[in-house]
Design a protein around this ligand. Structure first.
Ligand code: JHZ
Length: 413
């Protein structure tokens, strides 16, 4: 078990007034799928800074423990692959270079870089996951083979890359993992070419609270950004916000385009989105109490639903062994009959903290009776619904629990 380092200052504005929003107790690491012997548990508590309202965990588990052997493949979802195509086009439109040099931080299985390369860019990935280097993807996209450095991103690592410079720097769903996000941005600034752009995508904390997305709180996610808290952080770096887009992926995300401060780009999006966040009471402690209450209601309703299904002798299974599924099942304190997932690296393992096994979706074809299928990867609900139908026709009941517990009955033909 590696040390758990308590956080005493806000990661965004360095203020010291951190207050608890939701304490999920001691939880396993969300991606530590196991084969019998469970890994350690660590405190999991979401705090908010009363100065800049940045959401953050109460403590840090060492990145080496979470990301060196990483089972998550971002490109398993077709919707996400389409999203990556969109990002590639946007990024290329931001720079005037014909053959941009692209750096992807937290490149995971290399899918995004493969798109940039197809578009004629020169690419480099950085990722700490040792299990991915040279292996890339098993399914479902074609084998991706792009150059990757195994490292955590930092000023120190960026200095090592010099004199290489990049016209486009991307970081999808990795910035919230950074223990020192100001250092992360300073590293980007160091290797950013003149006229270049940094594109950072993070889940939007506004959606977390408005949509009761409690299960996106886990040890990997040290930060929960709003536009306001991101803007406070960027002030401490050599970069400036040139644009912001709200995105539907991962339950609602933000894409920030950052430029070198001296490049004099200006956006009205910051002010407009800060106003949206204020209107949603992101600076009101009562809103956080309300969130806590609604999360408790979800647990109560979910447990009742599972109990009812089991009383009727029905199976309750899950689709998508997402990291957030780990949080949800541990918070509910419940095991499912099994969970199916299209990621081979997760098969024949168990959900962290639980005894629920993860198995290939093909197994669903062997189930004779209608099933109750909890969509643990609720952010890909439409895609998973289609997948289930293609495997089994339209006869199962899908269950979601975000923003509230809801049953989607099979449509009557
Ligand atoms: P998915 C990840 O969280 C990890 P997770 C990370 N920490 C992060 O920051 C967030 O994203 C934003 C499976 N699936 O994408 C694949 C199928 O099997 O919601 C995945 O195991 N078939 C970097 O893990 C899981 O579901 C399918 O058709 O919560 C989805 O995980 C589809 C669509 C998904 O992220």
């Amino acid at each position: 078990m590696t040390p758990f380092t308590p956080v005493t200052r806000c990661r965004s504005c360095l203020g010291e007034r951190l207050t608890s929003v939701l304490d999920l107790g001691h939880m396993p690491l969300a991606n530590a799928f196991h084969t019998g012997t469970e890994g350690p548990r660590y405190p999991l508590e979401l705090m908010v800074c009363e100065d800049c309202w940045h959401g953050q965990l109460s403590g840090v588990v060492a990145g080496e423990e979470m990301f060196t052997d990483y089972p998550y493949r971002s490109s398993v979802s077709r919707t996400f692959r389409e999203h990556c195509r969109g990002l590639t086009t946007v990024a290329r439109g931001l720079v005037s270079v014909e053959r941009p040099r692209v750096l992807d931080i937290g490149c995971n299985d290399g899918f995004l870089l493969s798109l940039f390369r197809e578009a004629g860019c020169e690419v480099l990935g950085v990722d700490p996951a040792l299990n991915m280097k040279g292996r890339w993807i098993d399914a479902p996209v074609d084998r991706v083979d792009v150059p990757v450095e195994n490292a955590f991103w930092s000023v120190k690592f960026a200095s090592w890359l010099l004199p290489r410079k990049f016209d486009i720097i991307t970081a999808q769903n990795v910035f919230a993992h950074a223990p020192d996000p100001a250092d992360f941005l300073a590293g980007c600034a160091l290797v950013l070419a003149d006229g270049g752009a940094v594109l950072i995508e993070v889940p939007h904390a506004l959606e977390l609270f408005a949509g009761n997305e409690f299960d996106t709180i886990y040890h990997e996610h040290l930060s929960y950004f709003t536009v306001s808290s991101f803007a406070r952080l960027v002030e401490r770096t050599p970069l400036a916000i040139a644009d912001i887009t709200r995105l539907p992926v991962h339950g609602g995300s933000l894409r920030f385009v950052l430029r070198r401060r001296s490049d004099d780009y200006y956006t009205v999006a910051v002010g407009a989105l800060k106003a949206v966040e204020r209107a949603q009471r992101m600076c009101d402690p009562a809103a956080y109490r309300n969130f806590r209450f609604k999360v408790q209601v979800i647990r109560r309703d979910f447990l009742r639903l599972v109990e009812d299904c089991r009383k009727r002798g029905e199976k309750v299974i899950g689709y998508g062994a997402a990291a957030k599924g780990t949080v949800a099942l541990n918070y509910f304190g419940v095991d499912l009959d099994y969970v199916v997932d299209d990621t081979p690296l997760k098969w024949n393992k168990r959900i962290p903290g639980r005894s629920t096994p993860v198995v290939p979706p093909e197994l669903l074809k062997m189930e004779p009776k209608p099933l109750n299928i909890v969509v643990l990867a609720w952010n890909w609900l439409d895609e998973i619904r289609q997948r289930v139908r293609s495997l089994r026709g339209n006869r199962d009941r899908l269950i979601t629990y975000v923003p509230e517990v809801r049953c989607l009955e099979p449509e009557k033909a």
